[in-house]
Design a protein around this ligand. Sequence first.
Ligand SMILES: [Zn+2]
Length: 218
Amino acid sequence: MNSLSFTFRRHAILSGRWRLSSFGPVQSRGDASKGTCVKLPSLDSLKIVYYPDPVLRERCAPVDNFGPDLTALADRMLNLMRDGNGVGLAAPQVGLPLRLFVCNITGEPEDDMVFVNPQLTDLSGADQREEGCLSLPGVSVVMRRSLNATMNADDTEGHPVEKDGSGLLVRVWQHESDHLDGRMIIDNMSASDEIANRRAIKQLETDFIGPLRGKKSG
Ligand SMILES: [Zn+2]
C-alpha cells in the first residue's frame, strides 16, 4: 500500500522544469512566481494512459528531484509494466511528463532497469522488427532501430549510470526514449502498417473521445 501523493510544481518561466516532490499540501495555484501546482493521484491510482492522450505527445521535462519518492514511482511503473506484459514503460505513459523510464526484457526481477534523464550515445547497426506499445493496444509497427548503444542516465538516487547494450534491450531503450520526446511508433508507419492498424487506432480514438463526450452531456 502506498499513500504517497505527488505534487508536481512547474517552475514556469525561469527553469521550465517540472519538479517531483512529495511536499503537501499544495500551496498556491496559478501564482507564476511560485509555479503552477498540480496535485496528482496517489501511486496506487496511477495507470497506463492510452493514445491519443495528449500527455503522450509532450516533450518531457528533466527530473531534478531524486530520492525515495522517485524510487517508489519507478517501482510502481515496473509493476504496471509487468501487469501489462510489457518490456518497457515511460513516465508519460502513466500521465507524468518526466524524463524517466523503466524496462525489463527478461521478466526476471534482477533485470529491472530504471533510467532517469536518459541519453543514448554511440548508436550503431540497424535492424527492423515489429514493435508494440502499452499505450497502443492492438497496434504493431515495423520499426528500424539501431542495434547497439550506450546508455547514460541517473538512477532514482541521482547517481550516474552507464550501460552498454545491444539487440532487444537497445530497441526498448530507443522506444522508451522516443516517448520522452513525445514520439510514438505510429509516427513511423508504412502504408501497410497504416492499413493493418487503422481499425485499432480508430477504436482508441473513439474510446478516448467517448468518456469526454459522456462527461459533457452527463
Ligand atoms: Zn510505447
